[in-house]
Design a protein around this ligand. Structure first.
Ligand SMILES: [Ca+2]
Ligand SMILES: [Ca+2]
Length: 143
């Protein structure tokens, strides 16, 4: 299998290139393994330094209020695609995962048994289909 996991031109700290997120393998829509993509191939996040601050950003980007838990060790099962992010470091104030620090896109020292997961809290207030631009407008209007 030829998996394109390294793209040196992508800076994971650049918010102009949003990361799409979905949750897989949970018992409800609010929880699951975090799967992400920028090019339609879904991949996972390594649990190295994965914590509640990172989970909060994922949940907020999905439209929830916050996270209640961050899960390690493929709690929601192992993914099968590329492992895109490792050593994710969010401070908790970011509105999107692409604004957090992390290792270079596709660079990691992990296996899928380390896939990261989250459980989110709150009503899904914002539609996931909204484009990032619309999303930002919506947020600034609500303040
Ligand atoms: Ca972290
Ligand atoms: Ca690592």
């Amino acid at each position: 299998m030829n998996i394109d996991i390294s793209s040196p031109y992508i800076d994971t700290t650049t918010a102009n290139d949003p990361i799409q997120i979905r949750l897989v393998g949970g018992t409800s829509a609010t929880e699951g393994r975090v799967e992400i993509t920028r090019n339609r191939t879904w991949g996972t996040i390594c649990d190295d330094s994965w914590d509640i601050q990172d989970a909060n950003v994922v949940c907020r980007q999905l439209g929830y209020d916050s996270a209640t838990d961050a899960f390690s060790n493929a709690y929601f099962g192992q993914g099968t695609g590329p492992i895109y992010l490792d050593d994710v470091t969010c401070f908790g104030t970011e509105t999107a995962l692409s604004q957090c620090l992390a290792s270079q896109w596709g660079e990691h020292n992990c296996r899928h048994f380390e896939d990261a997961g989250v459980r989110c809290y709150g009503e899904l207030l914002k539609k996931q289909e909204l484009s990032p631009t619309v999303f930002e407008v919506f947020e600034s209007m609500s303040h």
